[in-house]
Design a protein around this ligand. Structure first.
Ligand code: E4P
Length: 217
């Protein structure tokens, strides 16, 4: 499973990329707002750090407006992936852009039928939002399972990009279902490393090692 980080925080992206774990980045208007940066400037900086796809979202709601914004965003770097909302105009834009070989991430997906439409529109990625479904008392992971079944039934190339991840358990479940990608907030990505027995084991090994008086040199 590929790991994308869900942030526009350049320092976080640089740190995670240095670990060699990052396959891409997703941003959205809320994350750009949180960064306090200009969208073109921050997105360019992110694209210079990460080799993989960097999703940048259009804000127009009509097809012509989305195409114009996509043209501006696509000029930022060759690894830009244009993010469009799951609406009729969004999917029309998706079809037009992917037929020009532009990567497209269809966002705000909350049903299997929406994911089916996105695949038919040639989306590179579909972003089902599991956390926001869980917030309503629904089962976000069930949606990932449904989409996996549908995409496998028809050999769709669209990659499932599990989004709106809130917990490490979401990451594990997405991997078990066979999601192609998970976009994970930085804090949750860091939490994936953690286990109290790992820390306890390191402490015990280091204490015993100190007693040997040896050095590896
Ligand atoms: C995905 O691309 C979105 O940016 C993101 O995962 C949304 O997550 P949220 O529901 O925590 O805002």
């Amino acid at each position: 499973m590929k790991f994308f980080v869900d942030t526009a925080d350049v320092k976080e992206i640089r740190d995670l990329n240095d670990l060699g774990l990052l396959d891409g980045v997703t941003t959205n208007p809320s994350l750009i707002m949180k960064s306090g940066r200009d969208i073109t400037e921050v997105t360019k900086e992110i694209c210079d750090i990460v080799e993989g796809p960097v999703s940048a979202e259009v804000t127009a709601l009509d097809h012509d407006g989305m195409m114009k914004e996509a043209e501006v965003l696509a000029k930022i770097a060759s690894n830009i992936c244009i993010k469009v909302p799951l609406t009729p105009d969004g999917l029309k834009t998706c079809k037009a852009l992917t037929s020009q070989d532009q990567m497209v991430n269809v966002t705000l997906c909350f049903s299997a039928n929406q994911a089916l439409l996105a695949a038919k529109a040639g989306a590179t990625f579909i972003s089902p939002f599991v956390g926001r479904l869980d917030d309503l008392g629904l089962d976000g992971m069930e949606l990932i399972s449904e989409i996996r079944t549908i995409y496998d039934n028809y050999d769709f190339d669209t990659e499932i990009l599990t989004a709106s991840i809130r917990t490490v358990n979401h990451v594990k479940q997405a991997a078990m279902i066979g999601s192609d990608v998970a976009t994970v907030p930085p804090a949750t990505l860091h939490a994936l490393f953690k286990h109290p027995l790992t820390d306890k084991g390191i402490d015990a090994f280091l204490a015993d090692w100190a007693k040997t008086g040896q050095k590896i040199a």
